[in-house]
Design a protein around this ligand. Structure first.
Ligand code: FRU
Length: 474
């Protein structure tokens, strides 16, 4: 019996009424998934199903604020053009009264299954694992056996959420985020049928320095390595982590290397999946908790990153932009090589949907701080660049009028060359340095209407091997 006031029908009706109002507002993104109206956070249930990419997301349609979570839904044939689909899950039952929290999707016997956390603050335990199934990939029926995991194991705590399921060695494997006694951890379960689950133990836990609760774990393999990603709560200086290593016979994860996944401030709760080309793709929420999000004034809040293709190089996780994104390239606004003095290249922009490639020779360059800056008629300035003396990547929002005003600096020593790829989309920029060695995601909100992009070479010049700016067709 439905015990809440929410339903899928009601949510879909509400979205239909409101989506036009939201559609062409100032900060609306061109090629990213965003809320049709209302609030979104984590990507959920990423899956390739019957020839199409499906993305679900944590969703509250009724306000541009977090509320009892539904699952929104979109699909795509090419990772760029996304078709909005009806809401997939609404919190209807007692076990999920506070929301259908994050989870994953799998294809089993040609049906699409969603595995998610039922959340209800008023209950003990407050978090349980549930499933829903669909024949057509659009309409989902919740299992009569829900919750299929009705309580956390001894090793866990009441924080017990975000199941990610994958198939390996003839079984379904689930990783679930938890934390106990101040230590974040990942718990594992196995199943043959997705309904009956056996607890298998702790895969990995914090050494005491890596956060109190590990949200949104995801486990997968790339080549010879096992990779675990998670979003730790209360970890000093860190939001999303990867660990590369090997799982042993006792089902323990033995780490070889670990680091931040994305060094930008607007990146949290990423999830991955494999497509029909064998690529491991990652999509993340392109925001973070407790942020200003100026798009709220227009009735929506939150977006997802572009999908990124994962690989491992020198035991580090690398993220690059899938080749499909070349399709977006329109007019070449700038195409040059050679020396640029400070403030020399200045290009007016029709809008902020552009791709920038800047390949710089550091040997010939004499300016200490180099990079590119987007400026508006209101004297807003947004800068992406590199400090040669300190060996620091810089993304600077301190001269912006809206949104967060911070400056991120990431240690990155380079001597010969540095290569920037920037994907701007109206109110976001995703920066890929040296083919994904370092990645930084930011939301940026210009109050001004007239934007220019220009070269910045503090007290000197920059030697570009190659500088290209494309207008993106969206
Ligand atoms: C991560 C998270 C998840 C939870 C969801 C709720 O951002 O806190 O742990 O399932 O968001 O919306």
């Amino acid at each position: 019996m439905n015990t809440t006031t929410y339903s899928i029908e009601q949510a879909n009706r509400f979205i239909k009424e409101k989506e036009e109002e939201v559609k062409n507002t100032k900060y609306r993104l061109g090629y990213h998934i965003a809320a049709p109206t209302g609030w979104i956070n984590d990507p959920n249930g990423l899956v390739f199903f019957r020839g199409e990419y499906h993305v679900f997301y944590q969703y509250y349609p009724y306000e541009a604020e977090w509320g009892p979570m539904h699952w929104g839904h979109a699909k795509s044939k090419d990772l760029i053009n996304w078709e909005a689909l009806p809401v997939a899950l609404a919190p209807e039952f007692d076990y999920e009264k506070g929301g259908c929290f994050s989870g994953s999707a799998v294809v089993f016997q040609d049906k699409l299954y969603l595995i998610y956390t039922g959340h209800n603050e008023e209950k003990n335990p407050k978090e349980v694992q549930c499933i829903a199934v669909s024949e057509d990939g659009i309409h989902f029926r919740k299992s009569e056996s829900n919750p299929v995991i009705p309580s956390p194991p001894e090793d866990g705590s009441e924080d017990f959420r975000d199941p990610k399921v994958s198939f390996r060695d003839g079984k379904w494997h689930m990783v679930v985020g938890s934390g106990k006694d101040g230590k974040g951890k990942v718990l594992t379960f196995t199943s043959q049928d997705l309904e009956t689950w056996h607890y298998e133990g702790v895969l990995l836990e914090s050494d005491g320095e890596q956060g109190t609760m590990w949200e949104c774990p995801d486990l997968f393999t790339i080549g010879e390595y096992d990779v675990l990603i998670f979003s730790p709560m209360e970890m000093e200086g860190s939001k999303t982590r990867y660990v590369i290593g090997k799982i042993d016979e006792q089902n323990k994860f033995n780490p070889i290397n670990n680091d931040e996944i994305d060094f930008g401030p607007d990146f949290y709760a990423p999830q991955t999946f494999e497509d029909n080309k064998g690529r491991r793709l990652l999509i993340s929420w392109m925001n973070m908790w407790k942020k200003e999000m100026p798009e709220k004034e227009d009735g929506w809040a939150g977006a997802l990153t572009i999908p990124r293709e994962l690989s491992i190089k020198d035991q580090k996780l690398i993220m690059t932009v899938p080749e499909e994104f070349k399709e977006l390239r329109g007019n070449l606004l700038e195409n040059s090589k050679g020396i640029l003095q400070h403030d020399k290249m200045v290009k007016p922009l029709r809008n902020l949907c552009i791709e920038v490639h800047a390949n710089i020779s550091l040997k010939e360059t004499d300016a200490e701080v180099i990079g590119l800056e987007v400026v508006s008629e209101l004297e807003e300035r947004f800068f992406i660049g590199y400090n040669r003396s300190y060996g620091n990547l810089i993304v600077d929002r301190t001269k912006m009028k809206k949104g967060d005003k911070d400056k991120v600096e990431v240690q990155y020593k380079k001597d010969n060359n540095i290569n920037f790829e920037m994907y701007f989309d109206t109110s976001s920029v995703e920066l890929f340095v040296d083919e994904g060695e370092k990645v930084l995601s930011h939301r940026i909100y210009f109050a001004g209407e007239h934007l220019n992009i220009r070269n910045l070479s503090a007290n000197g010049m920059t030697d570009y091997h190659d500088l290209k700016i494309w207008q993106l067709n969206i």
